[in-house]
Ligand binder design. Structure first.
Ligand code: FAD
Ligand code: NA
Length: 385
């Protein structure tokens, strides 16, 4: 039927498909249960305004991996967009990540790097040498109480629907504070957005004579490309949820999901920037995206803008799984699912859902390239082919 079945057309699945078709000459079938390719990186034009919307949340491309950067540039040029985030707290707007500008505005001071560092170090010493027992204590030990309470506490509570005192300390390992005025969000060598959008880039990856894509085709229900008729007959790269593959026989892995509320407003510019975080509990959403700011180089309507409010909560049932909760129970369950994988030697688990791991786009692409080279080629592209 086909040399390789790829379940899921996100960046992981499409990178595998493209490499195996173009570099290794296999006929590849890609299925996706959604009605579009691209997984969560998918973008679309808003019908009313023509503004490009990231349907599953704002996606910023950044990487320090030269190979990945060269790879994506084969399918699209990138703009010079540089991501910056601001946060609204008690009626004031501050730059993030916490930097010298944030600190001086917050403390109404004019610290230089040295005295700001001394101040934060002193405040971070509040709890002495005791081991942090929860996220709140951990955060205070990293940046001190005032900055924690302003910029971390309520935002984290909204993300997790849980008081940070009741979240484990290991949810955070570090909280970056910059002792300069640099508020560039990412530290990577390369950053930018695909000039004509993510979907155009993703479509070019899939546009290969050896690649066939079937949308609205679910691996668990399709008769032609479903699990029952394919496993054992064709090699499979599976990028859907790992627990679902095994019928959740060891229980569900927990995820957080997001709700997005999209609105077209009759103003040229709503917030003056692409992402505004809402640090306080009095607004229920965590942030607002305003998409026209991702592409200032494009023409966009002078009298309309599209914003998207983002709400965070635990996923249940049919919700889209977005971020792994990754509790000790989840990690234990994941290990036990992994022990089942060798029973399926020609099913290769990959991607965000298939490995229960948060992956940025560049990480998903890098992992897919490694999977091709280290696992698929040795097994599927024998010398006698
Ligand atoms: P996905 O994109 O999730 O693709 C998996 C695909 O598998 C989906 O299309 C799904 O429909 C399909 N599928 C699942 N089950 C089945 C089934 N049973 N049958 C058929 N198909 C199935 N990365 C960045 O680099 N920068 C960002 O700013 C960024 N922001 C993000 C914001 C959010 C809210 C989220 C959730 C992710 C963000 N990411 C970002 C990460 C980025 O989305 C991922 O790196 C990328 O999507 C990983 O690709 P993937 O192929 O592993 O998974
Ligand atoms: Na094709």
């Amino acid at each position: 039927m086909t040399d390789l079945l790829v379940v899921g057309s996100g960046f992981f699945g499409l990178t595998v498909a493209e490499r195996m078709a173009e570099e290794h000459g296999l006929d590849v079938t890609v299925i996706d249960r959604r009605d579009h390719i691209g997984g969560n990186a998918y973008s679309e034009r808003d019908a009313e305004t023509g503004i490009e919307i990231h349907r599953y949340g704002a996606h910023l491309f950044h990487t320090s991996n030269e190979r990945v950067w060269a790879y994506v540039n084969r399918f699209s040029a990138f703009t010079s967009y540089v991501h910056r985030v601001y946060a609204k707290h008690r009626g004031e707007v501050f730059p993030l990540p916490i930097n010298l500008g944030t600190i001086n505005q917050f403390f109404r001071a004019a610290h230089g790097p040295g005295s700001a560092r001394a101040l934060v170090t002193e405040e971070a010493a509040e709890l002495g040498d005791s081991t942090p027992q929860n996220l709140e204590e951990k955060a205070i030990s990293l940046i001190g109480r005032p900055l924690y309470e302003a910029f971390i506490r309520d935002y984290t509570a909204k993300q997790w629907q849980t008081d940070p005192k009741r979240l484990p300390a290991d949810v955070i390992s570090r909280l970056p504070v910059r002792y300069t005025y640099d508020n560039r969000y990412f530290n990577d060598t390369h950053e930018g957005l695909p000039v004509d959008g993510y979907t155009a880039l993703l479509e070019r990856m899939a546009d290969h004579p050896r690649i066939t894509v079937h949308l609205e085709t679910d691996f668990f229900t399709s008769s032609e490309f479903g699990k029952a008729s394919t496993v054992g007959n064709v090699p499979i790269v599976y990028t859907g949820p790992v627990d679902r593959y095994f019928d959740s026989s060891l229980g569900d892995l927990a995820w957080r999901t997001l709700d997005f509320e999209r609105e077209v407003l009759p103003v040229g510019d709503f917030q003056g920037t692409s992402v505004m975080n809402y640090s306080d509990l009095d607004v229920p959403y965590t942030r607002i995206h305003e998409f026209k700011h991702f592409h200032p180089e494009r023409d966009s309507p002078a009298d309309a803008t599209v914003i998207m409010r983002e709400y965070s909560r635990f996923a249940t049932g049919a919700d889209e799984p977005y971020y792994p909760v990754n509790s000790p129970d989840d990690r234990d369950r994941l290990l036990r699912y992994r022990e089942l994988m060798p029973q399926e030697p020609d099913v290769f688990f990959g991607g965000r859902l298939g490995t229960y791991q948060y992956l940025d786009m560049h990480m998903a692409i890098g992992a897919a390239i490694s999977t091709v080279e280290n696992r698929l080629v040795p097994r599927l592209v024998g010398g006698d082919r």
